[in-house]
Design a protein around this ligand. Structure first.
Ligand code: AMO
Length: 434
């Protein structure tokens, strides 16, 4: 390995240091050059003085933004330097020179539109604020998985190539699978349930889901990072919401406590949602929208984006960034339904966080005969689900679960305008590279 004794987070009492990184900025003040080097921990200033180190001073004269360099030297305490330490160099080496001009500024805070940033994502990912989003995401998901591991959930992997979809035909991406048609998976839903029937009791998957919707919003992408959970022997969907609530609180706490540098960089004031998340029925949600905001969603069986936003404001004002909406009237065959007279309420819930839907889930219908009745009523093509119906036919415990959109979670935690900022290389109807 190339010799590196420290990162930019070096303390001034270190004796001598060797660091490496990209040249973030060059400030030439005549007989003095300040070279700001960026590595994964942040920035560090190296001060080249013509009088003190004439050879190195001459070499650094050729430095260009984004060169990869290695610097050895003495750390010195300095109030003016980022991090409070600067290096007086004794060694300077260019490991790779960068082309210029750069298609995108890394060090200067110039407003660039999102599509330019994404076109030049390889460089955009170098920006400290973009890197902070990546780190936040990593810390969130490490903590999330840690919570489930500690609770004894099994980390599973379900197939991404499928014969049909769980969520509906129009949103499927077709692929050629040898000599037949197949599709990219929309959700691990059916497989999670099969694993409940198989006795695995509690599973989670950090996976990928594909949706071929033709959208142009700030909250949709075509390739989604999805965190899926399923657990058995539940009384009802509240047991599932308990799991979602506790795990989300844990992951957000991990970020609040362990990612202050990233939150500062992004200027985000994140709070751990300590109080119990409110759980309101779909009818109550409609009532709040009508009486508080005079808002009526177009589809009377679902919330719209505006409705979610307004409900978000309503609960945020009560100090509650996260809440569940439970009991949608008209839901897919796989959710258990409570029928009272003409009224049907599914045991489906959505989690809304900071005014945006983050997850859907609920208690499943584990009695196959009842599920088939609903499929028939909804006109679902049963042939596409035979493997699933059969798997659940031989004794399935009561169970439920949810799918959490990881990209949306990161978007909300990092307070980003667009979901694509939360994804390293996002895919949408118009973007297939980089
Ligand atoms: P659903 O289809 O609601 O439910 O998806 C779950 C969550 O995934 C995220 N999501 C998306 N994020 C970005 N772009 C998209 N196009 C997109 N589509 C969905 C959202 C959403 O809340 N099978 C059920 C889950 C379950 O019941 O276990 C499902 O997939 O955050």
């Amino acid at each position: 390995m190339i010799e590196r004794t420290h990162t930019s987070a070096v303390e001034p009492d270190a004796e001598s240091v060797a660091i490496a990184g990209h040249v973030h900025e060059i400030r030439d003040l005549g007989g003095l050059v300040f070279l700001i080097v960026r590595d994964r921990e942040g920035l560090i200033q190296v001060v080249f003085k013509e009088e003190r180190e004439p050879e190195l001073f001459e070499a650094v004269g050729d430095a260009r933004s984004e060169d990869v360099v290695r610097v050895g030297g003495e750390p010195i305490e300095s109030d003016q330097a980022p991090g409070g330490v600067e290096i007086a160099p004794t060694e300077y080496e260019v490991l790779d020179a960068a082309d210029s001009p750069l298609p995108l500024e890394i060090s200067k805070d110039i407003d660039v539109d999102l599509s330019t940033r994404l076109d030049n994502r390889a460089l955009d990912l170098r920006k400290p604020a973009t890197a902070a989003v990546v780190t936040l995401r990593s810390k969130l998901m490490t903590a999330m998985e840690e919570w489930f591991d500690e609770q004894g959930f099994v980390d599973i992997k379900t197939p991404l190539i499928s014969k049909g979809g769980a969520e509906g035909g129009a949103e499927l991406f077709p692929i050629l699978y040898y000599d037949r048609d197949a599709f990219l998976s929309q959700s691990p839903q059916l497989y999670k349930q099969i694993l409940m029937a198989a006795g695995y009791e509690a599973v989670y998957e950090t996976g990928t889901a594909f949706r071929a919707e033709d959208f142009a919003t700030s909250r949709h992408v075509s390739e989604i990072a999805m965190f899926d959970v399923e657990l058995a022997y539940i009384d009802d969907h509240h047991d599932v919401m308990d799991v979602q609530e506790e795990s989300l609180r844990y992951a957000i706490r991990a970020v609040v406590e362990g990612a202050d540098r990233e939150l500062d960089l992004l200027d985000v004031d994140l709070e751990v949602p300590e109080d119990d998340f409110p759980r309101i029925t779909f009818d109550e949600a409609l009532n709040v929208l009508e009486t508080e905001f005079g808002h009526f969603p177009d589809d009377p069986t679902d919330l719209d984006t505006e409705g979610e936003k307004l409900l978000g404001e309503y609960f945020e004002a009560q100090g509650q960034p996260a809440f569940f909406v439970v009991g949608y009237p008209d839901e897919k065959f796989y959710y258990m339904q409570d029928v009272e007279g003409d009224e049907i309420a599914s045991r489906k819930f959505d989690l809304i966080y900071k005014g945006q839907e983050l997850s859907s889930g609920g208690q499943r219908e584990h009695h196959v005969d009842r599920m088939v009745e609903v499929m028939e009523a909804e006109g679902v093509e049963q042939a596409n689900f035979e493997f699933y119906i059969e798997a659940l036919s031989f004794g399935t415990p009561p169970h439920g679960g949810y799918g959490l959109g990881i990209d949306r979670l990161v978007q909300q935690v990092a307070d980003l305008d667009n979901i694509k900022e939360a994804i390293m290389f996002p895919r949408d109807p118009n973007r297939l590279e980089p």
